[in-house]
Design a protein around this ligand. Sequence first.
Ligand code: FES
Length: 125
Amino acid sequence: MADTMSWQRVRGAPDSGAVIARTSDLPEDGTLAVTFSGKGRDFPILLVRKGEAFAAFLNACPHQGLPLTFRSEDVTTADGQRLMCSNHHAEFDLLTGEGVAGFGQGCALMRIPLSLDAEGLICVA
Ligand code: FES
């Protein structure tokens, strides 16, 4: 099961209400790596959009802790249905972060809860 709280213990983690990006920053089906620096330390976030559904994860692969985007910004499978770490190809559910294949099996990305406001801002819930 995805751990939805432990990201808050990572240094630099944004507080509830912090703005991460705008919905228009993401392609309709795609990802965007951003860095939140509002608390004096870089906190890497991987945003995912699938149609009108959005998700955010700490951009750190549970396999070795590297950013999923370390070797490439392209971190989805060819069919666009899963996230795939650019390092050793661990695969994760696009919206829940559950590990589903390779080094992702048995673990999960740290999911950051989101809220979207009427002006298209993506914020930490
Ligand atoms: S660091 Fe992601 S699969 Fe190894």
